[in-house]
Design a protein around this ligand. Sequence first.
Ligand SMILES: C[S@@+](CC[C@H](N)C(=O)[O-])C[C@H]1O[C@@H](n2cnc3c(N)ncnc32)[C@H](O)[C@@H]1O
Length: 351
Amino acid sequence: METTHRVVVGDARELSAVDDDSVELVVTSPPYPMIEMWDELFTELDPAIGTALEDGDGRAAFEAMHAQLEAVWDELERVLVDGGIACINVGDATRTLDGSFRVYPNHARVLEAFEARGFDPLPDVLWRKPANSAAKFMGSGMIPPNAYVTLEHEYVLIFRNGGESRSFEPGADRRYEAAYFWEERNRWFTDVWTEVRGELQALGDDHEELRERSAAYPLEIPYRLLCMYSTYGDTVLDPFWGTGTTSLAALCAGRNSIGYELEDAFRKVFADRVADVPELSRAIGRRRLERHREFVAQRRREGDEPSYEAAYYDTPVMTKMEREIRFREVSGLDPLADGDGYRATHEPLVE
Ligand SMILES: C[S@@+](CC[C@H](N)C(=O)[O-])C[C@H]1O[C@@H](n2cnc3c(N)ncnc32)[C@H](O)[C@@H]1O
């Protein structure tokens, strides 16, 4: 199996390199309105934003920043197939402007914007960022009533384009081979994720400093979402590509990807990250199998033997739907002829 991973250095408010109805899944994390690190970028997109911030007019700045994101949301409606899914990772912002502290509820504003464009909202995920120290409460004191709750979660908002789910030909291999384990379903389809750094961090997702500089999300987030909402051979788009974590996840999961990014410099960062992909994709498949076997061993200790045998791996599985699970590893990676991305060859992971 082959996949392609294209990167366009350009403005996602116009996705002119992406055809209508050509993308099955969007996984992305926009710059968060009212988080200071993005003020400059938003002001470049619309100078009125800088003026609103200077005037201390938080409401106007917030609205104008979301207007920039909305131009991208308009494009998603065009490029997503009917029944295609958009997963938007976003956090709220707290900020003091003109002496007044408040929260700017980005998640609510993005939800409204997608609904207004005819997308159907689906149940969303809230993920907890690791809380690292008691210092975060400093300044709030111990006397009521003027302290504020600390924001320690972000959202993955999930939308379906058009009224109906995607349909597939009966018995489509690419769908059954892309199945996930029963216990993964139980972890992934829960609405609060507490361990998003846990599963893949030991496998190369440990660029902590890089993540802070570029606001990259943990690999675990796009990887899970790709496994949950697409099948082998699908195409995932990230209009706010950054350092390409979504494309890295797509390479490991055997999906095609397209990214749009304003900053040319991030392509070099991605080129460094991509060198690890053959090893990373193999390690992720092996890790999933290893965790599954730990789960089976635990069930057995509890006196419960899973009922089915996997077709490609030496392990039992809980349900008939998991029998065809087959992981893919990247066996070859070549730059595309125009230099704007990579072509990957994937082989089934064998043990
Ligand atoms: C929060 S970061 C994304 C980080 C990414 N998920 C990663 O893992 O590295 C948002 C990115 O969107 C880019 N961006 C913002 N507005 C854009 C636009 N209109 N078109 C293309 N890229 C844009 C920024 O340059 C930034 O790299």
